[in-house]
Design a protein around this ligand. Structure first.
Ligand code: PLP
Length: 356
């Protein structure tokens, strides 16, 4: 039976990428070594590293005024690294639209005058506040947003127009097009749309680097990594290799805008069923529904559990919602092919007929 994996991250990768990695696993390009075994200071690895950075630059149209850093520690480490590096006046604004946005906000509070200037918490994160009406404060170092809310399934379609916008883009980087020039800094854990877990990408405007707080750990100071082409210490070589293969595949498939179009099509297959159903319900305002994470509930938690179980038996796995949201969540990042979403759509129709 074909298995389709709807996990929120780590999540399904392109088949071609896994096959290529498998083919070269024991002997990379005749080097006699696995990528897992190579020195990170050697030529073989250096080419992989630089190609990954070059592809990120090309696909996201990142100019020379930004550094592209390949780091570790997950997106969660950036919850600390961002304020440690960017707070100069000691003041930043956060827009809280989901549980990870809330975590980032809470962590940053250790470091300065950090305000939550808008949130959708009161409706269980069912919408994105209107970024034109948000009361940004004066004299702030940055505004922090989470471009896609992985747990609840909402996304920003408009961005705050501020001098230094910082975004956690973990769950829709490479899956939805954003103009990088609108951001001062973007960070993303790799394990959704970039590759396997272990790599964290940070894209940061050069003028924001070099002002870290004196007690900022050396490993969290962007300057350490920017001045060494992300080879300050041993990078997660194999994760970067997998990311490089994945980035090649995104390019081959037409780039980020092409991926976004496919993701809109895929998510609409599911939202159409939900909107025309008597048992499925999605809580997110239509104008900001995520094209990456489609969350929904049925008539009861018992029926949700049955849905997840029966789907699993049919080869549609990891559909259980996040523990803080409950319900069902289908994560359909770039690596999830249309046929997988179609299989889920067919299953949803059948389940409804059988459980009305
Ligand atoms: C939007 C968002 N931010 C942060 C995180 C945490 O990432 P990590 O596990 O890489 O620290 C996640 C993980 O799912 C996420 O979806």
């Amino acid at each position: 039976m074909k298995i389709y994996n709807f996990a929120a991250g780590p999540s399904t990768l392109f088949e071609e990428v896994k096959q290529e990695a498998q083919r070269d696993l024991l002997n990379y390009k005749g080097s006699g070594m696995s990528v897992m075994e190579m020195s990170h200071r050697g030529k073989w690895y250096e080419d992989i590293h630089n190609e990954a950075i070059a592809l990120l630059r090309e696909l996201m149209q990142i100019g020379d005024d930004y550094y592209v850093l390949l780091l570790q520690g997950g997106a969660s480490t950036q919850f600390d690294a961002v304020p440690l590096n960017l707070l100069k006046k000691g003041k930043a604004d956060y827009i809280v639209t989901g549980n990870f946005a809330n975590k980032a906000f809470k962590v940053a509070q250790k470091y300065g005058d950090i305000a939550c200037i808008a949130t959708s918490k009161e409706t269980n994160y069912s919408y994105i506040p209107d970024v034109e009406k948000v009361p940004y404060r004066d004299n702030i170092d940055y505004v922090h947003i989470t471009t896609n809310n992985t747990v609840f399934g909402s996304q920003y379609n408009k961005l705050p127009n501020v001098e230094t916008l910082v975004a956690d883009m973990s769950s829709n980087i490479l899956g939805k097009w954003y103009d990088i020039n609108k951001f001062g800094l973007v960070y993303a854990g790799a394990q959704k749309n970039i590759g396997p877990a272990g790599l964290t990408v940070v894209i940061v405007r050069k003028d924001l680097v070099g002002n870290a707080m004196p007690y900022c750990p050396v490993m969290l100071d962007y300057k350490s990594h920017a001045s060494s082409n992300s080879l300050f210490n041993t990078p997660p070589c194999f994760a970067i290799y997998m990311a490089m293969l994945n980035l090649r595949q995104v390019k081959k498939r037409g780039g980020i805008k092409a991926m976004e179009e496919t993701n809109i099509y895929k998510s609409n297959l599911l939202y159409d069923i939900i909107d025309n159903s008597e048992i499925y319900h999605n809580n997110i305002e239509k104008s900001c529904r995520s094209i990456m994470n489609v969350s929904f509930i049925t008539r009861s938690p018992e029926m949700d559990a049955k849905f997840v179980k029966v789907a699993q038996d049919a080869g549609l796995v990891t559909l259980k919602g996040h523990k803080s949201a409950g319900g069902i969540r289908a994560s359909i990042y770039n690596g999830m092919e249309i046929e997988g979403v179609k299989a889920l759509a067919e299953f949803m129709k059948k389940f409804e007929l059988e459980n009305k």
